[in-house]
Ligand binder design. Structure first.
Ligand code: CU
Length: 85
C-alpha cells in the first residue's frame, strides 16, 4: 500500500445540502479517494487519497466542471515554512 496524502480544498460555491450531495457524487465517481469529509460550515472538503491513483488537479477540474471551482488550502506541516502569498 502506498502512502496517502491529505488535501483540503476550499469550495466557496458550496452553500447548501444540495451542493454537498452534488460534490459527494463527484467524489464517488472519482477513483483513488479513500476518505472524504465535506464541511458545509467552512465550505471545505478534506480528502485523503492515494497520490498514485488520483491527481488532485483532475479532481479539481471535475469539481469545476460540475460548477464548484475549488482552491487548495495549504496544510500546515511542522518544521516546514509555508510560503505566504
Ligand atoms: Cu447549494
Amino acid at each position: 500500500m502506498s502512502d496517502t496524502q491529505t488535501t483540503i480544498l476550499n469550495i466557496p460555491g458550496m452553500h447548501c445540502e444540495d451542493c454537498v450531495r452534488k460534490i459527494t457524487k463527484v467524489v464517488n465517481a472519482t477513483h483513488g479517494i479513500q476518505t472524504v469529509q465535506i464541511d458545509l460550515g467552512t465550505k471545505t472538503v478534506q480528502l485523503v487519497y492515494d497520490p498514485e491513483e488520483l491527481l488532485i488537479a483532475e479532481f479539481e477540474a471535475k469539481l469545476a466542471e460540475n460548477g464548484y471551482p475549488a482552491t487548495k488550502q495549504p496544510l500546515p506541516r511542522p518544521g516546514r515554512a509555508l510560503p505566504l502569498h
